[in-house]
Design a protein around this ligand. Structure first.
Ligand SMILES: [Zn+2]
Length: 331
């Protein structure tokens, strides 16, 4: 037996290296190459998923038309950053951003067809800071938000959970769904850092009240604080919500030694959070999870944490846990 209980798709592509953010930028092709070389070394049980280019109509599932056109025009005019915020761009960035969003939709389709149980999409640029009308924080289009709307519109699902464990609050995703009770946005993030949103008191608005959960953690806190928050707050909230699909905004910048994030999570923390997602997904939505890369700026740390996450998606950690408990029972 391989030790992998679940079929996991993995998507990565050299195409994302075409999004050139310039020398010394933390969200760089260098970090991406380190991640890809680790993903290439995964065992053959992991299934490589193709990408595709998102249609403009798909971008508009989560973005204003004028913002889409603004991105196109900024890129066409050789601007070096989006006029809406701190997102570096080059002449390829519009195309690469369409590829990133499209690959996530392709992974969603693969999971919905049952080709794989779950999938990890190593795409860039990241998306969770992009609001409907504004790119910022290294993000252009909100890949996860587009996927949530696509699951509802194309696949007819109702309740979608988005779990965001990037060290930064996903202000864009929160804002897009703030009034929407059908998309539950949960964020674990470091307190008092960029983008300075995501207070614990922000729980949604109007009809969406109660479908947003923010868990700000103090700087220098470790994985135990995150896992305690999971067990006390996130798992009970998702048990009550009963998601039909789980999307993960998988940033790895909360990992120890990240140059931007100030939390101290280990690779095991990411595996443990993933185990909790898998348990919830198996209970409520046939195990359906699509996880999408956000931040993570220490190239080797990003690679190690993402591999721990992907292997846990395949159920590897749980196998070990059940072996451990079987051993304990024998003793
Ligand atoms: Zn981040």
């Amino acid at each position: 037996m391989s030790g992998f209980q679940r079929k996991v798709g993995v998507h990565f592509s050299d195409a994302y290296e075409r999004h050139d953010t310039g020398p010394y930028h933390p969200e760089s092709a260098v970090r991406y190459r380190a991640l890809v070389s680790a993903l290439e070394d995964l065992p053959q049980e992991f299934i490589k998923l193709p990408g595709r280019r998102a249609a403009v109509a798909e971008i508009l599932l989560a973005h204003e038309h004028y913002y889409h056109d603004l991105v196109y025009r900024d890129v066409e005019s050789f601007a070096d950053k989006l006029r809406t915020g701190d997102t570096a761009i080059c002449e390829e960035s519009y195309d690469v951003a369409l590829e990133a969003a499209g690959a996530v939709l392709e992974a969603v389709d693969a999971v919905m067809r049952g080709d794989v149980d779950s999938a990890f999409c190593a795409v860039r640029p990241p998306g969770h800071h992009a609001t409907a009308s504004r790119g910022m924080g290294f993000c252009i289009f909100n890949n996860v938000a587009i996927a949530a709307r696509y699951l509802q519109g194309r696949h007819g699902l109702g309740r979608i959970a988005i779990i965001d464990w990037d060290v930064h609050h996903g202000n864009g995703t929160e804002e897009i769904f703030i009034e929407d009770p059908s998309v539950y946005y949960l964020s674990l993030h470091e307190r008092d850092i960029y983008p300075h949103t995501g207070l614990a008191t922000d729980k949604g608005r109007d009809k969406g009240m109660g479908a947003t959960m923010n868990i700000p953690l103090p700087g220098n806190s470790g994985g135990d604080a995150a896992l305690d928050a999971w067990d006390a707050m996130i798992t009970p909230a998702l048990e009550a919500f009963q998601p039909e699909f789980i999307l993960i905004s998988a940033g790895f910048d909360a990992r120890i030694n990240d140059p931007i994030g100030g939390l101290l999570w280990s690779d095991e923390t990411f595996a443990e959070m993933t185990n909790r997602c898998v348990a919830l997904a198996e209970k409520w939505c046939d195990g359906r999870i699509v996880s999408v890369l956000e931040g993570g700026y220490n190239p080797q740390g990003l690679a190690a944490a993402a591999v721990a996450h992907v292997r846990a998606l395949a159920g590897e950690g749980r196998d070990r846990l059940s072996e451990q408990s079987a051993c304990m029972e024998r003793e």
